[in-house]
Design a protein around this ligand. Structure first.
Ligand SMILES: Nc1nc2c(c(=O)[nH]1)N[C@H]1C(S)=C(S)[C@@H](COP(=O)(O)O)O[C@H]1N2
Ligand SMILES: [Mo]
Length: 501
């Protein structure tokens, strides 16, 4: 190599950086799949960002990006290195060591994020190393023809093309190796759960006016910190119930299924649900009551909480009382008559009516430690959320929606109201600031679900506004005081503005 070398076409260097970078991501993705490591370094970095973002920022992200928050985050976390790959590749034209140093620095970031994944062993670092070796090796391979004097441009282009095709192939083939999500999806579809029945909507519960009373699984909201949900093999899944108990339990799925089963309609909702929001759903859950499992283990006196841990290291602390009183708190194996979808916690998750999901509804649950409330500090608590999360009394107008234009005459206003475990006694609607009028309620099997309501009001043409408030079965009237979702759930009346034509 001589100093006077032209080093080939200028664009070939950043292109080599980009293709080498992409190749490393592809081979590390392949290694993660082959080694059954959930946290591909890119995923690990994305999850690290989520984990270290204060609660109200996560909240803002959910508000502005809706349910696209994670695709957006992964997009950013892939786009950012892409820009770096291009810059590093270009710099390599003059200083060979810049891309090498850059690749090493990126690998260190990935390695630290993987190390910070609580549920991941040393395997994750193998994927990081594979990626780094690919980066350096492929970059060397792609730029080698450019280092001759005169540079062999055609050979460089050929290599760029071949390596790009190979990288895409490796990336695309990755999900087919190892016991990844696809294999678990197959095991899930083969799973036959006896005693799990299809949901039958109780007569009179669905008023047929707005959203369905029973939320279809496909429309059920999803909230978790996992960028790549754990794909757990039902054949090897186990849950351990330990801590302040007389007899530790260590159960396989078959062990769990051999026990007395329960089924119930339960409405689950997220503490991050804003007034009028849709982070709430009602499903038919099948599983085993936690109260009987805890009785079997024998809770020692002095315990007042259970620290739940998922396969991906997420945790939540649940008051023992909510798991031992009469409610249908369960380890659920099925949702709406079918095995839990992977995204909703397959093969087993916890469902506790009356508590927000962040303190109770552990998906992919693998560990239940009976302990005390000050020890059971879950994932969200240090990020600014309240340690206890009982569901607040709330209601929502689903029809009309804000901005709707409805025909003149009698208008139907309809929606839902909820306070699981407490129950709804009445729902009241005020139109254009007028007197509160009682709505008609749907019938519900018990107080563990939301309640639909409707009211018919004659309205003249023009702009109108409607507000709703619920009254609980203890006589509490839903507060008008507006509170943000942090730290323990939103409050305030939902209002819609609409036109009558
Ligand atoms: N493993 C795990 N379980 C989890 C979470 C999580 O991030 N990881 N999020 C919780 C929160 S905040 C809610 S509201 C519910 C949502 O359950 P869904 O996604 O099935 O609707 O799951 C809970 N269980
Ligand atoms: Mo949540």
């Amino acid at each position: 190599m001589t100093q006077s070398a032209s080093r080939g076409p200028r664009w070939a260097w950043p292109a080599a950086g980009l293709v080498a970078g992409g190749s490393g991501l592809a081979t590390s993705w392949f290694a993660s799949n082959a080694l059954h490591v959930r946290a591909w370094p890119v995923v690990a970095v994305a999850e690290w960002v989520i984990r270290h973002t204060p609660g109200h920022l996560v909240e803002t992200a959910i508000k502005h990006l809706g349910h696209r928050d994670k695709p957006v985050l992964v997009g950013i976390i892939v786009a950012l290195p892409a820009v770096l790959f291009v810059l590093l590749g270009a710099a390599g034209r003059r200083w060979w060591w810049v891309p090498v140093l850059g690749f090493v620095a990126l690998a260190v970031v990935g390695g630290l994020a993987v190390a910070d994944e609580r549920a991941e062993g040393g395997h994750g670092q193998v994927a990081v190393m594979v990626g780094l070796l690919t980066w350096v090796g492929v970059y060397g391979l792609l730029t080698e023809p450019l280092r001759y004097d005169p540079p062999e441009g055609r050979r460089a282009v050929l290599r760029l093309g071949l390596v790009s095709v190979a990288a895409v192939a490796v990336g695309a083939f990755a999900p087919y190796v190892g016991r990844g999500r696809r294999a678990v999806e197959a095991a899930r579809s083969k799973l036959r759960l006896t005693g799990v029945t299809a949901p039958v909507v109780p007569a009179g519960a669905d008023l047929g006016l707005a959203l369905p009373w029973a939320t279809p699984t496909s429309a059920f909201y999803r909230i978790d910190t996992s960028v790549s949900p754990p794909a757990l093999d039902p054949a090897t899944w186990r849950v351990r119930i330990h801590g302040m108990v007389e007899r530790e339990l260590d159960l396989s799925l078959d062990d769990l299924l051999a026990r007395q089963r329960t089924q119930a309609w339960i409405t689950l909702n997220c503490v991050s649900n804003p007034v009028g929001g849709d982070l709430i759903g009602n499903a038919w859950w099948s599983g085993v009551l936690l109260r009987s499992l805890l009785a079997e283990a024998g809770v020692k006196s002095g315990a007042d909480a259970v620290l739940q841990t998922s396969a991906d290291g997420w945790t939540c602390g649940t008051p023992l009382s909510a798991l031992q009183d009469g409610r249908n708190a369960m380890l659920a194996v099925a949702m709406n008559g079918a095995p839990l979808p992977i995204d909703h916690g397959f093969p087993v998750r916890t469902v506790v009516p009356g508590l927000y999901g962040y303190v109770s509804a552990c998906k992919w649950v693998v560990d239940l430690k009976v302990t005390t409330m000050d020890e059971a500090v879950g994932y969200w608590i240090p990020l600014g959320w309240s340690a206890k999360g009982p569901v607040k009394l709330a209601s929502r107008i689903d029809r009309p929606a804000s901005g709707d234009v409805v025909p003149a005459g009698t208008s139907t206003i309809a929606g839902v109201a909820w306070q699981q475990e407490t129950g709804i006694d009445a729902v009241e609607v005020s139109v254009d600031g007028g007197a509160w009028q009682r709505a008609t309620l749907g019938r519900v099997p018990d107080d563990e679900t939301w309640v639909q309501w409707r009211i018919d009001v004659p309205l003249a043409s023009g702009s109108h506004e409607a507000q709703v408030r619920a009254v609980s079965s203890t006589g509490e009237v839903q507060t008008a005081v507006r509170r943000d979702v942090v730290p323990d759930g939103a409050s305030g009346w939902h209002r819609v503005d609409f036109e009558v034509s």
